[in-house]
Design a protein around this ligand. Structure first.
Ligand SMILES: [Zn+2]
Length: 163
C-alpha cells in the first residue's frame, strides 16, 4: 500500500495551471480563479473547482483535463477526484489580472473589476483600445461572453461578462 502522497499541493496547483479553459484557450482554469481547494488525503488528490458560469458546457472536459494533468504531475497513476462546487460563487474578479493581457491578444476583453453601470461604461476594444465600442449581442458563443463591435478598428470582439 502506498500511503505517501505522490504529489504536493503546489505541484497540483502547477498542474491545474496547465489546464486551459476550452472556451478561452488563452488562460488556464487557475488563471480564471476556478481552483477553490486542493486537498491531499493519503495517496489521493481531491480538488474542488468553481464553475465560472453555471451551465458552462465545458465542465466535464475541464474535469477530465484536470485529472489528466494531476496524474501527469504525479508520474504515477493515483486517485484524483475533481469536483465542482457552487458553495462559493465564482466572480469575474477572481480572474488573475496578469492574464488580462493574454485575453486581449486573443481579442477577448477582460471583465471590468467593478460592476458596470448598465450601458454607461464603455468596454475598451481589446484590439485597438478604443472606447468607441457598442454591444452587438449579449449572447455570445458561450454563456459567459457577449459580442461587441469596435467602431474605430471595425472589429468585432468578445467580452467576458461581469459576474
Ligand atoms: Zn478596435
Amino acid at each position: 500500500m502506498v500511503t505517501e502522497p505522490a504529489v504536493r499541493p503546489d505541484q497540483v496547483l502547477h498542474a491545474l495551471g496547465q489546464v486551459m479553459d476550452p472556451e478561452m484557450p488563452a488562460v488556464s482554469i487557475a488563471d480564471l480563479g476556478m481552483v477553490h481547494a486542493v486537498r491531499i488525503e493519503g495517496a489521493a488528490v481531491r480538488v474542488t473547482l468553481l464553475p465560472t458560469f453555471v451551465g458552462c458546457p465545458a465542465l466535464e472536459l475541464i474535469r477530465q483535463r484536470a485529472v489528466h494533468q494531476i496524474q501527469q504531475a504525479a508520474g504515477t497513476p493515483i486517485e484524483v477526484d475533481v469536483e465542482f462546487s457552487t458553495a462559493v460563487p465564482w466572480t469575474s474578479g477572481r480572474i488573475a489580472p496578469e492574464c488580462h493581457g493574454a485575453l486581449r491578444t486573443r481579442g477577448i476583453a477582460p471583465p471590468s473589476l467593478t460592476p458596470p453601470a448598465r450601458g454607461a461604461e464603455p468596454i475598451p476594444c481589446p484590439w485597438c483600445g478604443s472606447l468607441g465600442t457598442r454591444l452587438e449581442s449579449w449572447f455570445g458563443p458561450t454563456a459567459c461572453r457577449a459580442i461587441y463591435y469596435c467602431r474605430a478598428c471595425r472589429n468585432p470582439f468578445e467580452a467576458i461578462k461581469f459576474a
